[in-house]
Design a protein around this ligand. Structure first.
Ligand code: ADP
Ligand code: NA
Length: 328
């Protein structure tokens, strides 16, 4: 392996949010030149929730296009659909057999998601981390840039890989997480103690990458703050304002101190408008690029096909090694 390998992905459902962008996609773009990168549209993971097939397919494709529009190069990076590479499901099963119930029971995401989908707490939701471990380990990944919410899952991945290696020798590279210094956890605009998520039903509390300027500004204007009218970073006592500061900081490159100074003596109205405008400005070129890519369907079709083959090549190499070790 000449260069280090970077792996990341997002679920193929829902509309990507600025949380996904700031916490993940933006960092991928910053790192993609230095690593051999694999970026998955994780459609198998999406099956833990019932999907409408037509919408699901369109949605997954839109996410693929958004990866490219954000600046990932599908000719240099391997951008692919998880379901196009059967090795994910195969290694996922193997790793199910190396992951303990006790470990999975500790996952806060499982607890959160089963509370939300009480009518469909399926086995896939429970073993999700084992499939995620397979995603990462198949490519002998060194680095996994993710938001803070995925930290627990990455720890399971590392533990399972080490467990396997201890029995069978050096089969898997043990991956490291990469967490952004700021923006690892963008919060809901309505409930700033809860992370912004594409599966949140409150669409007004969530900024989607497809939102236009007016929608973005309108949503920021309604963002929950507090009653003391002071732009100061204090996540404990001022979660709403701190979240907006963090978003503004990531988008403009300004520090929390600089932002506090900029809005010293001004009201929250001015502050929220500035945050909204900065996000809209950031997304302008992205929207243009999405529109161009949507016009040229064959380019994306070609990339999807080429990259499925490329990903399969690397994934199958690891899978063969695993089979051999196991006696399959
Ligand atoms: P979601 O949680 O929005 O459904 P995924 O689970 O598909 O999205 O996560 C895709 C990536 O985006 C992961 O790396 C995740 O950590 C990151 N991410 C998701 N939401 C946020 C957020 N609010 N802030 C920062 N990063 C986030
Ligand atoms: Na998530």
């Amino acid at each position: 392996k000449e260069r280090k390998v970077l792996y990341s992905g997002m679920q193929a459902t829902g509309k990507l949010t600025i949380g996904n962008y700031i916490g993940a996609l933006k960092n991928w773009v910053n790192l993609h030149e230095e690593y051999d990168c694999f970026f998955g549209v994780m459609d198998l993971h999406s099956l833990t929730v019932r999907q409408n097939p037509t919408e699901f397919r369109q949605n997954a494709r839109r996410i693929y296009t958004q990866y490219v529009a954000a600046g990932l190069d599908p000719k240099k990076n391997c951008i692919y659909f998880q379901s196009h590479v059967p090795a994910h499901a195969e290694l996922g099963w193997v790793l199910d057999c190396f992951t303990y119930m006790g470990e999975l029971n500790r996952m806060t995401q499982f607890k959160d998601k089963s509370a939300k989908h009480a009518d469909n707490i399926n086995a896939g939701l429970f073993t999700y981390p084992a499939l995620m471990a397979a995603d990462i380990l198949l490519y002998q990944s060194d680095l996994v840039p993710i938001g803070a919410d995925q930290k627990q899952h990455l720890e399971i991945c590392r533990d399972v890989a080490e467990r396997f290696n201890n029995i069978y020798g050096d089969v898997f590279t043990i991956p490291e997480g990469y967490f952004p210094k700021t923006g690892a956890r963008i919060m809901s605009l309505a409930e700033p103690t809860k992370k912004m998520s594409k599966s949140d039903e409150n669409t007004n509390a969530t900024i989607y990458l497809v939102d236009d300027r007016d929608t973005i500004i309108r949503k920021f204007k309604k963002a929950v703050t507090d009653s003391d009218a002071e732009v100061r970073y204090d996540t404990e006592n001022k979660p709403g304002v701190s979240n907006l500061m963090e978003i503004y900081g990531v988008v403009t490159g300004k520090s929390m101190d600089e932002i506090a100074k900029e809005f010293d003596g001004k009201g929250y109205g001015d502050f929220k408008l500035a945050v909204g405008e900065s996000v809209a400005d950031m997304l302008d070129p992205f929207h243009q690029r999405c529109a161009e890519l949507e016009k040229d369907k064959t380019f994306i079709d070609e990339c999807i096909k080429e990259n499925a083959e490329k990903a399969s090549y690397f994934a199958n190499k690891t899978l063969r090694k695993v089979h051999k070790k196991l006696g399959l």
